[in-house]
Design a binder for this molecule. Structure first.
Ligand SMILES: *[C@@H]1O[C@H](CO)[C@@H](O)[C@H](O)[C@H]1NC(C)=O
Ligand SMILES: *[C@@H]1O[C@H](CO)[C@@H](O)[C@H](O)[C@H]1NC(C)=O
Ligand SMILES: *[C@@H]1O[C@H](CO)[C@@H](O)[C@H](O)[C@H]1NC(C)=O
Ligand SMILES: *[C@@H]1O[C@H](CO)[C@@H](O)[C@H](O)[C@H]1NC(C)=O
Ligand SMILES: *[C@@H]1O[C@H](CO)[C@@H](O)[C@H](O)[C@H]1NC(C)=O
Ligand SMILES: *[C@@H]1O[C@H](CO)[C@@H](O)[C@H](O)[C@H]1NC(C)=O
Length: 934
């Protein structure tokens, strides 16, 4: 018989921790004392806030003696398909900081626990390695992959999480044998009938040993995990622990009789410690993994690729939440606000943490829960508004006329997506303050809804700008719930917005056109063209970045499968046929050609329309789609899953690329997986992948790349040569029976939901070196869309001249722009006279001849409002000094040291000079001193 450690890992997946066990033990020693792990900080602190001192001190004791281990530590167990890395990092930072503040270093998580997310991304693994964690535990991987891994003893591996970051991004990865469920027949929950077993521990023991023996065939060491938990478990925790105590005691007695099994309570960290010891002892060489775990299928008929698109409005709202959160945090720091607004900021940070959950942004929650999430996020946005307003008032105030200044009410119009904004519709004079959250200078197209009239837009330096009025598309005018007098959109370019800064534009409405002043004529050569078929009105060609690209764009929908096949649902995408149905044979187009923007308003049918936009200064084509109300229940009786399909002449050899949480690109090949042989059961949904921000195709012969950037997470694929397909909106009139218990059929204003969004299409050469690579064009656009310049609107009674005398109309938070390949990922208040600064290199290795090189930045004298006193680097989560972090190194073969240090000495520099390698993210706590304002 083998001698094995059987480790019981206890966890709770819903709130309601009620037991406290008094016995003391040392970390990871063989002990009979119960231990417990806890994952989601949102729940932990919800509970913690309500606890009396005595309970808190007991809880602290359990943490200090290792009986209670906090793992992962993020605010929620985030989804990995539809989330953006910026928001994932934020919610880890927030949760880990809260843990650090209350429990100190003993509470610091060391392992990742992603047991329920529906597939796993490479970027997430990379984040875990940069958090300084020792390993990660995963619950859900494709059933075929899992079978192969179990048969070949490769359920544990070293995941190389980033090609650019290389070996230091590797992280030990464990695929759990039984998900997070208790072993079959060893369940002691209310909902299991366990009494009978309890009189016969030997029966139970035999079951358990059978489970253990099965696992020993799968994992390489003699350590085996038995997870003890499930959804809604531990409602009678005392009972459960007592039963386990008895079982463990029985195991000990057997050991005295010669049994080789050692059953004990343990945690994931202790398991990793044991596996690490075996690795060194047995010189185990772990298999490596380079791809990701998408898409996720739990059965041949169950591809969880519908949730990539489910609840598209909530998915967009989440992105807006991130956009405003970053703006808010930056302004907080730049205006040197004191602690007064910390809880305001926390409200949005927490709402965004919750939004990342694998049943939040994914759209896999019941309607009333989705409504609650939207409400939480709305509250968060509302709480952040005073921060933005106070900061902007501080930054725009000119000391000389201080006493005469009144407070400007900077507001945001969140319904500009349906061209609705009371302020701009009604005010005779208003100001638009455009804040740029990027660390470089950008131009931004401002768009506000207005009523008929003549508008004059004046820039901070007194120039009158070209302003264009464009009719609002009837599909938008008639959108359910729209309450607006606006019939036109006013569009103008806010040029050269300073880095982390703003410019204020003064807008006046007149009844008559003003003749005197001449527009400053912009002389821009149009770079991008679109051509349409005379026969059916479809787009058929784009000229962009010096390339002519024959391309059509069409809308289709899939009907969901029905009995006996499984239907689509919030999670699953299960089309009845692999060929979707075309929406319309002909398109009606209306052309609005102006100096600022050219728009083609397309109408496909009563519920799909689109505006194609080209801007003289931009090298992309925008496809602003509106979908809904989807034809619903009675007439059609089937689910409707709408896609936009771009059909080009590229020869793409069944290959396309999608992003991993908005960062590294992943190569995808139809009906193929990089690390295992796929048996194809679902030729459409089995080839869908999460598109967080970007999908692209390439033709090497033509030296042509076509990329589509999205404004929210969507499912996407390229099923045929030259195609790009993205799913925009869906209703599913049957539940897929995976937990939601509801059909997915969103309503708003008593009508099936209408959703509006944008795709940005870029095309160009990718092989020929040029001074502006296609990758750099795409990244530039992606950044400007993800962290969009924020439009603050305010009424004003001052005329332009007085306003200009009283207020700064232009402000720059940075004294100089940062290089194009560097991004300020985080700028946030971190306590008294401290800030958290996270810098990232946004290029992968080999993406761009020049921009992919390592880059050096000097932070000294960079910020306008403060001076840096001292700087210290932390792990990605900001909760540990980098030079104090030691990760277990599972790459032991041929090595002496078994701990690796994340810190890179070469890069540590006390003089505020920071080096960044391709895709590197570096996090710093910075002590600052405010500069005297002028
Ligand atoms: C250990 O062996 C003794 C003697 O054979 C036996 O009486 C006892 O029941 C065994 N204990 C267990 C737990 O099986
Ligand atoms: C913080 O700043 C606000 C103005 O923004 C001020 O009213 C308040 O008194 C300050 N609080 C502290 C504690 O300094
Ligand atoms: C503002 O201050 C400047 C210089 O101090 C002065 O010339 C100007 O008249 C003041 N404007 C108003 C509106 O008070
Ligand atoms: C569907 O049909 C039922 C009964 O015919 C009717 O009461 C209901 O209003 C209809 N619903 C819709 C969305 O048309
Ligand atoms: C097409 O892809 C296959 C498999 O990925 C590869 O073996 C083949 O060389 C590719 N063909 C071309 C023309 O690129
Ligand atoms: C417009 O934005 C709001 C807030 O983000 C969102 O609730 C709504 O669904 C959006 N409307 C459309 C038509 O997309």
């Amino acid at each position: 018989m083998k001698r094995s450690s059987i480790i019981i890992i206890l966890f709770l997946s819903d709130p309601g921790l009620r037991v406290f066990l008094p016995v003391v033990l040392n970390f990871c020693t063989h002990s009979r004392t119960a231990v417990f792990i806890y994952v989601e900080s949102a729940f932990l602190f919800k509970w913690w806030k309500e606890q009396p001192r005595l309970v808190r001190s007991k809880f602290r004791k359990l943490i200090n003696n290792g009986q209670l281990e906090l793992i992962s530590g993020a605010w929620s167990m985030n989804d990995e398909a539809t989330t953006h890395y910026q928001s994932i990092i934020d919610q880890f930072t927030y949760g880990l900081k809260a843990i650090d503040a209350v429990f100190g270093p003993r509470g610091r998580p060391k392992v990742g626990w992603q047991i329920d997310s529906f597939g796993h991304s490479k970027q997430m693994a990379s984040i875990f390695s940069q958090l300084g964690f020792d390993g990660i535990f995963l619950g859900r991987i494709d059933y075929q992959d899992k079978k192969i891994r179990f048969e070949t003893k490769t359920a544990e591996m070293l995941w190389r999480a980033s090609d650019s970051l290389g070996q230091k991004s590797e992280i030990f990865t464990h695929i759990l044998y039984n998900g997070y469920d208790a072993p079959k027949d060893i369940c002691f929950e209310e909902f299991c009938d366990f009494r009978e077993f309890f009189d016969f521990p030997q029966n139970l023991w035999e079951n358990l040993i059978e489970n253990v023996e099965n696992q020993l065939k799968i994992y390489k060491t003699n350590n085996v995990i038995l997870t003890m938990g499930y959804d809604f478990s531990y409602r009678q925790a005392e009972v459960l622990f007592r039963k386990l105590d008895t079982l463990i005691k029985y195991g000990k007695a057997l050991q005295r009789n010669g049994s080789q099994y050692n059953l004990m309570y343990s945690t994931p960290s202790c398991y990793l410690k044991a596996v690490h010891e075996s690795t060194t002892k047995l010189n185990i060489m772990w298999p490596k993994k380079f791809d990701d775990f998408f898409p996720y299928a739990s059965l041949p008929t169950r591809y969880w690729t519908g949730f990539y698109t489910s609840r598209p409005a909530l998915k967009r709202f989440e992105r807006i939440g991130n956009n405003f959160l970053q703006v808010c945090k930056q302004l907080y720091v730049l205006a040197r606000l004191n602690n007064t607004y910390r809880t305001n900021l926390a409200t949005l940070q927490e709402a965004m943490g919750v939004m990342q959950h694998h049943d939040a942004v994914t759209g896999t929650e019941q309607q009333h829960v989705a409504d609650d999430y939207a409400k939480l996020l709305t509250e968060g946005l509302n709480k952040c508004s005073p921060i933005a307003m106070t900061s902007l008032n501080t930054l725009s105030s000119t000391k000389s006329n201080g006493s005469k200044q009144s407070t400007i009410p900077y507001t945001s119009c969140f319904l500009r997506n349906i061209s609705q904004c009371k302020l701009t519709e009604e005010a005779e004079n208003f100001i638009a303050t455009i804040y740029n959250p990027l660390s470089r200078v950008i131009d931004y197209y401002v768009r506000v809804p207005v009523t008929k009239g003549h508008y004059v837009v004046v820039s901070p330096n007194g120039d009158e700008l070209q302003a264009q009025l464009i009719p609002i598309h009837p599909h938008v005018l008639n959108a359910p719930g729209r309450k607006s007098k606006a019939t036109l959109d006013l569009v103008f370019v806010a040029t050269e917005l300073p880095p982390l800064g703003f410019k204020t534009f003064y807008v006046t409405k007149r009844s008559k056109p003003k003749l005197s002043r001449n527009h400053r004529q912009s002389e821009i050569e149009q770079k991008t063209f679109v051509k349409f078929s005379r026969i059916n009105g479809y787009l058929n060609k784009i000229i962009i970045n010096q390339k002519a690209v024959p391309i059509r764009q069409e809308f289709y929908y899939y009907k969901s499968a029905s009995k006996p096949k499984e239907p689509s649902g919030a999670y699953l995408f299960n089309p009845a046929h692999n060929t979707p149905i075309k929406i319309a044979e002909r398109v009606k187009n209306k052309f609005y050609i102006g100096e600022v923007v050219k728009e083609i308003h397309q109408t496909f049918n009563t519920w799909i329309s689109q505006i194609i936009r080209i801007y003289p200064k931009e090298n992309f084509v925008e496809f602003n789609w509106s979908v809904g109300p989807l034809p619903s229940t009675n007439r059609t009786r089937h689910s409707t899953e709408v896609i936009s399909r771009f059909v080009s002449s590229l020869h793409t050899n069944a290959t396309f690329y999608t992003d991993s949480n908005g960062r590294e690109m992943m190569k995808r090949i139809i009906n193929w997986r990089p690390s295992w042989k796929l048996h194809v059961t679902q030729p459409t949904s089995g080839n869908y992948y999460p598109v967080t921000t970007k999908i692209l195709i390439r033709d090497p012969k033509k030296d042509l790349e076509v990329a589509v950037l999205t404004d929210r997470a969507q499912g996407g694929t390229s099923l045929h040569n030259g195609h790009i397909e993205l799913m925009l909106h869906r209703n599913c009139l049957k539940d897929d029976k995976l937990g939601v218990g509801e059909i997915l059929n969103e309503f708003a204003f008593d009508k099936p939901l209408v959703v509006r969004g944008s795709h940005y299409l870029v095309a160009g050469s990718y092989l020929t070196p040029s001074n502006e690579s296609i990758a750099s064009i795409e990244k530039d656009i992606a950044q400007r869309k993800h962290l969009e310049a924020w439009t603050f609107l305010s009424k004003t009674n001052y005329d332009y001249t007085s306003y200009k005398e009283l207020y700064n109309m232009e402000y720059s938070g940075l004294k100089r722009a940062l290089p194009k390949n560097v991004h300020i990922l985080t700028l946030e208040p971190w306590g008294n006279k401290k800030i958290l600064l996270r810098l990232e290199h946004i290029f992968e290795k080999h993406e761009d001849l020049i921009l992919s090189r390592p880059v050096e930045i000097n932070l000294e004298d960079l910020f306008a409002a403060f001076k840096l006193i001292y700087i210290r680097e932390t792990t990605l989560g900001g909760n540990q000094w980098l030079d104090e972090n030691k990760r277990r190194d599972f790459n032991v073969v041929g090595k002496i040291s078994n701990r690796k240090n994340l810190s890179n000495r070469r890069n540590v520099n006390s003089k505020f000079i920071i080096n960044l390698d391709p895709l590197q993210i570096r996090t710093f706590v910075i002590w600052i001193k405010s500069l005297k304002t002028k």
